[in-house]
Design a protein around this ligand. Structure first.
Ligand SMILES: [Zn+2]
Ligand SMILES: [Zn+2]
Ligand SMILES: [Zn+2]
Ligand SMILES: [Zn+2]
Ligand SMILES: [Zn+2]
Length: 624
């Protein structure tokens, strides 16, 4: 019997990237660190992403028909069998399956039974918050209730990690974990049977004993000394693996600053004190002028620095009390490209055109009101996205980051490229600003911001949200979720095949979102999503989305929530109305609130007027 293990190249970053545990046809493996990758790999260029992540470059696993865990010289990504402990469903013998037992293309079978049935991986594994993963010490488990001297008397005690006489038993009369036990069939010094046995009732959760300080593909001498408590979990549990993935779209180098940023730059350069600021640079008076320009224009320091550098031909002197310049913001240039006055020329990696709701001059409701809330639509016929895995965490999302290269020697990262298409929706800046200045909106978002500050400040969350959570981010993010759900309902795309990118940072003039599908190769995708974004479908989709968003099957509970989801970072948003598959969302399904879209008793939604107009229109139609 031979079998092929097939992991597609696109899956080698997500969901089966370095450190992930995967089930393949009844066998279980873990994806090994990139230091074990074969020499032949495919370069994946992405200059912006490399700059952002400080990597020398990216490589994808070479294409292969059969990803081989057991032959390091062959193409494909190496996967290592894990857990190493397997059992026979027929005779219940437990087998520590070693690398030297592997036969290429063949699953492990029981050598104690004549029918040689396939062995099954044990269901439980051990993890720690420093990102280590190992087998449960089953020999120790079976002997854990014995006195130390009896334990030491077992003939298997000296090579417990590959003990040969364990069995995994099921009791007939009990159920649940209590029905399962591990038993030792070895002998004690003196020839008596050992017979140590313990059921699995307490197998899950924190355990005593030391962490091995490594991951399964690392050699025994590659361990680090780890003082974290170990936790036993099911190997399919969600907390075994939290990948850390960054992604960037390819955009033409010439992408210009957005209109809003150009306007802001004009306001700064046109300010009465601008020339005074340039003339007094380096003196304390400059700080005064700078302060007044900032106050009048709301321009961020980064923009003023940039304009000063342009005006003086030198980098602006950094005041000592200001932190280092922020890391390259990936969303910033992407937004410039989508919001440019003149859209960039199409390339192999980036082709966009202006779309629209086609509602100009429309006086009928709800279309006229809808049109007033939307600034524009850009259709992306072609996008290229590079996704790179920097590493992973275990036990909790705040665990220690384990780098994709566990040897610590490599400066490149594993990545994949995908091509796709998308729809960019941009909201009206003036209406958005007015809405954001409503005290009820400010107070509402202030509450979420407080919860966000109290929760972990995950680097990636801060990277997406910006230095301070804005009302527009929450609005646009929720809108992206609702739109993905509606598009999926209308067009047959699964929600998992659509993704969001939220451009909600007011300091860059951002006020939009991108919904895209990225699963295609260089030939691209079929254009189905872009068609959904064309007139007249899209205006209808938006109205249907708003009507659906006003109601959740978990209401009134969902609508009135003051904190649900991870870190209580969601308000009116749950699985029934707003949440998406993890892979579709940039923020792990946090920072969502339908109330900011459609309104609630406490806070006006950006689209409340549109919804009201739509309902009045429906009521008028019903009355004839
Ligand atoms: Zn057997
Ligand atoms: Zn024993
Ligand atoms: Zn550890
Ligand atoms: Zn809900
Ligand atoms: Zn999301």
């Amino acid at each position: 019997m031979t079998r092929k293990l097939r992991v597609r190249q696109a899956q080698t970053v997500l969901p089966f990237g370095v450190g992930a545990v995967l089930d393949v046809q009844g066998e279980s493996f873990v994806a090994a660190g990139i230091e074990t990758w074969p020499q032949a790999k495919t370069p994946v260029p992405s200059e912006r992403l490399a700059t952002r992540l400080g990597a020398t470059g990216f490589y994808a696993a070479p294409h292969t028909l059969n990803d081989r865990y057991d032959q390091p010289d062959r193409p494909g990504v190496p996967y290592v069998r894990f857990p190493g402990w397997l059992f026979c469903g027929s005779c219940r013998a437990m087998v520590r399956f070693l690398r030297e037992h592997e036969k290429p293309g063949e699953p492990p079978v029981c050598t104690s039974c004549s029918a040689a049935p396939r062995l099954t991986p044990m269901r439980f594994v051990r993890i720690c918050a420093d990102g280590h993963l190992d087998d449960v010490d089953w020999w120790y488990w079976a002997h854990s209730s014995l006195a130390p001297e009896l334990r030491a008397a077992c003939s298997e005690a000296k090579h417990a990690w590959k003990a040969r006489r364990l069995s995994f038993r099921v009791a007939d009369r009990a159920s649940g974990l209590e029905a399962l036990s591990v038993r030792c069939g070895a002998t004690r010094d003196g020839g008596k049977p050992c017979g140590a046995e313990r059921d699995l009732l307490d197998i899950l959760g924190p355990q005593g004993g030391r962490c091995s300080g490594r991951n399964p593909w690392q050699r025994r001498n590659e361990n680090s000394s780890c003082s974290q408590q170990v936790h036993n979990v099911q190997r399919t549990a969600g907390n075994v693996y939290y990948p850390v993935v960054f992604s960037a779209l390819d955009i033409p180098q010439t992408a210009e600053p957005s209109r809003a940023e150009q306007d802001l730059a004009e306001a700064v350069r046109g300010h009465g004190y601008w020339t005074n600021l340039i003339d007094t640079l380096g003196t304390s008076r400059a700080d005064l002028f700078r302060g007044m320009i900032k106050e009048d224009t709301d321009a961020p320091d980064s923009l003023i620095d940039q304009l000063l550098a342009e005006a003086t031909g030198a980098p602006a002197p950094l005041p000592a009390d200001r932190p280092e310049p922020a890391k390259l913001d990936l969303s910033r240039d992407e937004w410039y490209a989508f919001d440019a006055v003149e859209l960039p020329e199409p390339t192999k990696e980036f082709e966009i055109r202006r779309g629209g709701l086609d509602l100009d001059g429309e006086t009928e409701e709800p279309w006229a009101t809808l049109d007033a809330h939307i600034d524009g639509i850009v259709l992306a016929d072609r996008l290229r996205e590079v996704r790179a895995l920097t590493g992973f965490r275990r036990h909790s999302p705040h665990g220690t980051l384990v780098r994709a290269d566990t040897s610590g020697r490599l400066r490149w990262l594993p990545a994949t490229e995908v091509y796709g298409e998308g729809i960019v929706l941009t909201l009206d800046e003036q209406r958005l600003t007015d809405w954001e200045n409503d005290p009820r909106v400010r107070a509402h978002v202030h509450g979420v911001r407080t919860d966000l500050d109290a929760s972990f400040r995950d680097e990636q969350l801060a990277e997406t949200v910006g230095s301070e959570l804005s009302p527009r981010f929450l609005l646009l993010h929720t809108l992206a979720h609702l739109l993905i759900r509606q598009l999926s309902f209308d067009s047959g795309y699964t929600t998992a095949s659509l993704r969001e990118r939220v451009y909600g940072r007011p300091e860059y003039g951002q006020r939009g979102l991108l919904i895209y599908t990225a699963a295609g190769d260089a030939e691209g995708t079929l254009g189905g999503l872009v068609r959904q974004g064309e007139a007249p479908h899209f205006a209808e989709t938006l109205i249907r989305m708003l009507e659906a968003a006003a109601w959740c099957s978990a209401d009134p509970l969902c609508a009135e929530h003051t904190g649900q989801g991870f870190g209580n970072l969601n308000r009116a948003a749950c699985h029934a109305c707003t949440l998406l598959p993890e892979t579709s969302c940039q923020t792990g399904n946090t920072l969502l609130d339908r109330a900011l879209v459609v309104g609630s008793a406490r806070v006006p939604g950006y689209f409340t007027d549109v919804l009201t107009a739509s309902r009045e229109y429906a009521a008028a139609m019903a009355l004839g």
